[in-house]
Design a protein around this ligand. Structure first.
Ligand SMILES: NC(=O)c1ccc[n+]([C@@H]2O[C@H](COP(=O)([O-])OP(=O)(O)OC[C@H]3O[C@@H](n4cnc5c(N)ncnc54)[C@H](O)[C@@H]3O)[C@@H](O)[C@H]2O)c1
Length: 304
């Protein structure tokens, strides 16, 4: 049985007799057996590294894809959870990955200090810090930006941007020389994405913070980067009005003609956490199937 590019057979496009790319996950799989978790796993790019991954809320979180990918490459995974609502889910994932889970509310300095103490006592160091946290009031993810309240702006900026500064400060002494910090951002930081609104404005701040932290920590060989993920359906993104339409636009217009997944983000996170990227810092890396490079949607180009 043979299948060409663009043909679909349970989402798998054969490359050769034994390997194929799973269109949904991008992971390498044995022919006919979708095993995205096998993507280069066993290579151990993160063997011996301790990774603190914030922002897991449930199995759809981008942070879940990152934690799984890093674990697959040998990292010891330390997760955080914000409050009782998500504690059970996060502890379940931590147990599955053989790691730990600690509470952390980034709006609370005492909570950040307690997290640092817990990590120090249990692990003594950190090699990777993943910031995968954002919060914006739902009413500020639609309509006019100029109706954003002062309090709504301050909340969005505190949780979605300042928290990277606060988190880094809390664990700075634990970071090993050559450690890697990464934050998850979105294209709406530098472009107008209707309804993303104040979320985009504070992502611009987040990306600027990434650059300044890269300078601050560069003398220790510590790298700080952002991953700009394409739209992915999660509890947070679904708060953005008309979010589903964004998914359709990206899969229609992006050079790779697809959306991305938490697993895709996870693979790039592994690269950024690994020694493959020791001179890569202060940058924003797009994991968006190339959408950011499009200057015009295909459908507006006249045919012929
Ligand atoms: N989903 C997308 O389309 C998309 C695209 C680009 C970037 N991002 C970014 O990815 C990151 C993760 O979001 P997600 O889409 O996985 O959604 P998610 O809802 O699964 O994750 C958001 C996380 O932020 C945490 N959080 C919120 N307030 C917090 C606080 N005060 N203290 C500690 N944690 C807090 C939540 O507990 C949750 O785990 C966010 O920064 C988001 O802006 C998402």
């Amino acid at each position: 049985m043979s299948f060409g590019w663009g043909q679909s057979y349970t989402g798998i496009r054969p490359l050769d007799r034994s390997l194929a790319i799973n269109v949904r996950t991008g992971g390498l799989v044995r022919e006919g057996i979708p095993k995205p978790e096998s993507f280069l796993y066993g290579v151990g790019l993160l063997d011996g590294k301790i990774a603190l991954v914030t922002g897991v809320a449930n199995r759809w979180s981008i942070a879940t894809g990152i934690a799984r990918a890093m674990h697959g490459h040998g990292a010891t995974i330390v997760l955080t959870y914000q409050g009782d609502r998500v504690q059970g889910e996060v502890e379940k994932l931590a147990a599955e990955l053989g790691g730990a889970a600690f509470p952390c509310d980034v709006s609370d300095d005492a909570s950040l200090a307690a997290l640092a103490t817990s990590v120090r006592e249990k692990y003594g160091k950190l090699d990777t810090l993943v910031h995968s946290i954002a919060f914006v009031n739902k009413e500020d993810l639609q309509g006019k930006v100029y109706t954003t309240s002062r309090a709504g702006f301050a909340l969005a900026a505190d949780i979605s941007a300042f928290s990277l500064i606060a988190l880094t400060n809390a664990v700075a002494e634990l970071l090993s020389d050559g450690a890697s910090i990464m934050a998850i951002t979105y294209f709406g930081s530098t472009t107008i994405v209707p309804n993303y609104n104040v979320a985009g404005i504070v992502k611009a701040a987040l990306e600027s913070i990434v650059r300044y932290l890269a300078y601050d920590l560069g003398d220790r060989g510590i790298r700080v980067n952002a991953i700009s993920a394409g739209p992915i359906s999660t509890a947070s993104s679904r708060q953005v009005r008309d979010f589903k339409k964004m998914l359709d636009k990206v899969s229609a217009a992006a050079p790779l003609r697809r959306n991305v997944t938490p697993e895709d983000v996870g693979k790039t996170a592994v690269y950024l956490a690994s020694d493959l990227s020791t001179t890569i810092t202060a940058d924003v890396h797009f994991v968006d199937a190339g959408y950011h490079a499009m200057g015009m949607y295909p459908e507006v180009v006249p045919a012929g």
